[in-house]
Design a protein around this ligand. Structure first.
Ligand code: SF4
Ligand code: SF4
Ligand code: SF4
Length: 310
């Protein structure tokens, strides 16, 4: 506890985009309630503090991409009583997990040597942390006590998790998928081919899948209250895979969606599976780096990406 008796919280950001830190501000007026209960002892986005003070809770955002990330993760584990992996990058590797599909050399080519805006042979390698061979989620290196996926996590669940942990409890979540909170109606249709959101006029109250448009809600955990389908956008899976996909060895994102969509429409199941494989860097974007997927048929991800070129 801090001298003022408040619950101490220490933050660390690894390889991420700082969107998770900004998500804290999305708490709006609830932020004041949270700040009354906690004392922040370290927060890289606002404080120039290099050491790692002891804290009751450590909140880690971002994934492990560099040697510095690994060292920082260990320092957080050593100095914090409990650790919260905050955001899909920390939980499953997040969007930069798509680096899984490429070697370090290919990534350097894309950013430096063959990038039309830089086109330089100079690739910085002095005085900066070295890249790990692959990006990894936080719990591949250290023990994690609590998880809060989302890109970034939804303010409703941020407030709920912090309140639970600060009160000495464990955040509780349901095991529903995004469809559970979506107001769109699943119904049978005669649509016989896949369609793109931007190419067709769609009914606002009917499930995207029924209308031939891929939506990942049925294979995604509800950690967001389904804002995207409620506002006309498909779910892209940013809260990570559903419980079924995680726990069942033979279930997978593409088969979950294809089974459901082919039952509701006249689109052949194989065509849906092939489309998802062809664009697997999009459909597996948030969890590609997670070892959860290496145990599944998705170990073919690298091949799909190579062949799909998307
Ligand atoms: S989870 Fe999303 S918002 Fe948070 S650091 Fe990763 S990419 Fe950024
Ligand atoms: S698949 Fe998408 S549009 Fe359909 S019910 Fe689920 S979240 Fe809503
Ligand atoms: S609906 Fe899907 S994409 Fe939108 S916030 Fe929720 S999980 Fe993320």
């Amino acid at each position: 506890m801090a001298e003022d008796g408040k619950f101490t919280v220490s933050f660390e950001w690894l390889s991420g985009c700082s969107g998770c830190e900004l998500a804290m501000v999305d708490l709006h007026e609830r932020l004041f309630q949270v700040l009354e209960a906690i004392s922040i002892v370290r927060l890289p986005i606002l404080m120039d503090r290099k050491d790692y003070p002891a804290a009751k809770l450590g909140i880690v955002t971002g994934a492990l991409r560099t040697e510095h990330d690994v060292a920082a993760a260990h320092r957080m584990r050593e100095t914090c009583d409990a650790l919260l992996a905050f955001g899909i990058c920390a939980v499953y590797g997040g969007p930069q997990g798509s680096g899984y599909a490429h070697t370090i050399g290919e990534i350097e080519d894309a950013v430096f040597r063959k990038n039309p805006t830089t086109r330089t042979t100079f690739v910085p390698d002095q005085g900066i942390p070295r890249l790990l061979p692959e990006l990894r989620p936080l719990d591949s290196e250290i023990q994690v006590d609590h998880y809060l996926p989302g890109c970034p996590p939804n303010p409703h669940f941020v407030a709920e998790s912090l309140t639970a942990v600060v009160g000495g409890g464990v955040p509780e979540f349901g095991s529903h998928n995004v469809c559970f909170r979506c107001h769109r109606r699943m119904e049978r249709s005669t649509v016989s081919s896949l369609r793109r959101l931007q190419d067709v006029e769609l009914a606002g109250d009917v499930c995207f899948l029924s209308q031939g448009v891929l939506c990942m809600g049925s294979a995604t955990l509800d950690r967001c209250l389904a804002p995207c389908p409620q506002h006309g956008a498909v779910c892209t899976g940013c809260a990570g895979p559903s419980e079924l996909v995680i726990l069942e060895p033979n279930r997978d994102i593409r088969t979950e969606i294809a089974d459901r969509m082919s039952r509701m429409t006249k689109i052949p199941r194989d065509a849906i599976v092939r489309e998802i494989e062809r664009h697997s860097k999009t459909y597996y974007a948030y969890a590609m780096a997670s070892p959860v997927f290496r145990q599944k048929p998705t170990f073919l991800l690298r091949r799909w990406i190579r062949e799909g070129g998307a």
